[in-house]
Design a protein around this ligand. Structure first.
Ligand code: NAD
Ligand code: WQD
Length: 344
């Protein structure tokens, strides 16, 4: 293979939902040399075609399974990578319960292989996709970065907790290595163009894509999981954060890696507001001027009653403030669904 001596940011999982939106944000914020690596486990190569329409150029990309050590090391041998934004992982909670070892292997091997490659090639900038799932059912809300980890409810959640712990430990042993874990709350919505959104493969479990599918007639009804919680209307509370805001936070965090007081830090990425499931349903209906067919059903096992983020640390330290609201989430999600009628 021809060695390309470029200095670039490696975006792992760059064909996926948040990775591809982050490639747009990187481009908009002046980071030109980006290499996406993905094995299309949960995405399709046509992501790159849609990205090209938005950023006006073809993103450099490599198809590679990061959980394969040799392939990962080879990637770093062939490209002059200077930093990593690591999205690549499997993310379905129910699937992780059915196939725990698949999740342990894919999510943890990929991370460990990347850290090893970083160490070998003196790559010292690293951003990790973590999740609010690490907090479980929190005792206090809004939940701050100081809140403790709860016992992991799923193999997926465990891979995020272990991932953070491995990176923090790696940082204590490698003082020149700077890393940030970003704990996303509920990323939702799509790029405003309606061209880059969440690709649903298999059984979707996330609320907003399910609403969009129902509106498109791809599912008969939406079941709201429980209306007897101790919340404003009895349905669960979550912190829905627009994917473009999440994407922009990555660029700010990447920029911050050189300026940190210590070499490891963690930030919540949430809107700072809680919305109930029924509020999201009504917002989707009102903003898009349509009616959804929904009914109240039983609680879903393992659901957290209410959680939303304190995002003051990200605002103070990274200068990040969400620019979009729930209305933007539900309108962009519906636009994406309409542009993608074959995505069932
Ligand atoms: P996604 O599935 O759309 O994107 C992940 C990408 O990684 C996919 O394109 C997939 O093909 C790729 N991938 C998976 N394993 C790989 C491997 N071994 N080698 C190479 N590529 C691989 O998911 P997303 O929603 O964009 O999530 C990105 C990250 O954010 C994940 O780590 C996820 O756990 C985390 N996260 C997501 C959410 C959410 O609600 N979307 C919330 C919290 C955290
Ligand atoms: C949101 C709300 C449901 C579908 C997931 C992952 C977690 C993290 C964040 C990645 C809940 C309700 C949903 C439906 C419904 N992701 N709902 N009917 O549960 O916050 O967590 O995203 O790290 O690990 O588990 O997100 O979108 O599944 O649900 O009533 O058909 O919508 O009960 O209250 P959740 P979600």
């Amino acid at each position: 293979m021809v060695v390309q001596y470029l200095r670039m940011i490696l975006v792992s999982g760059g064909a996926g939902y948040i990775g591809s939106n982050t490639i747009i944000a990187l481009d908009e914020m002046g980071f030109q040399d980006v290499l996406s690596v993905d094995n299309f486990l949960n995405s399709k190569a046509d992501s790159y075609d849609r990205l090209e329409k938005i950023i006006g150029k073809r993103v450099s990309s490599v198809e590679c399974d990061l959980a394969d050590r040799n392939s990962c090391l080879e990637l770093f041998e062939n490209h002059k990578i200077t930093g990593v934004i690591h999205f690549a992982a499997l993310k379905s909670v129910p699937e992780s319960v059915e196939k725990p070892t698949l999740y342990y292997r894919n999510n943890l091997d990929s991370l460990i292989n990347l850290l090893e490659a970083c160490k070998t090639h003196q790559v010292n900038k690293f951003i990790f996709s973590s999740s609010c799932t690490v907090y479980g059912n929190p005792e206090e809300i809004p939940v701050s970065e100081e809140s403790p980890f709860a016992k992991a409810e799923s193999p997926y959640g465990l891979t995020k907790q272990l991932g953070e712990m491995i990176i923090e430990n790696f940082c204590t042993l490698n003082l020149e290595f700077n890393a940030i874990s970003l704990r996303y709350f509920n990323p939702a919505g799509a790029h405003y163009s309606g061209q880059i959104g969440e690709t649903i493969t298999g059984r979707p479990s996330s609320l907003v894509p399910i609403l969009a599918q129902q509106a498109a007639g791809l599912r008969e009804k939406v079941v709201v999981f429980g209306d007897d919680y101790d919340t404003i209307d009895g349905s669960c509370i979550r912190d829905y954060i627009h994917v473009s805001d999440v994407a922009e936070a990555h660029v700010l965090a990447f920029d911050h890696l050189d300026k940190m007081d210590s070499n490891y830090d963690v930030f919540n990425l949430g809107s700072g507001n809680g919305n109930s499931t029924l509020e999201v349903v009504k917002s989707f209906e009102n903003a898009n001027a349509l009616k959804l067919n929904y009914e109240i059903g039983p609680r879903r096992g393992g659901d957290v009653e209410k959680i939303y983020a304190s995002n003051t640390k990200a605002e103070k330290v990274l200068g990040w403030k969400p620019k979009r609201n729930l209305n933007d989430i539900v309108t962009s999600a519906w636009k994406w669904q309409q542009n993608s009628p074959d995505r069932s």
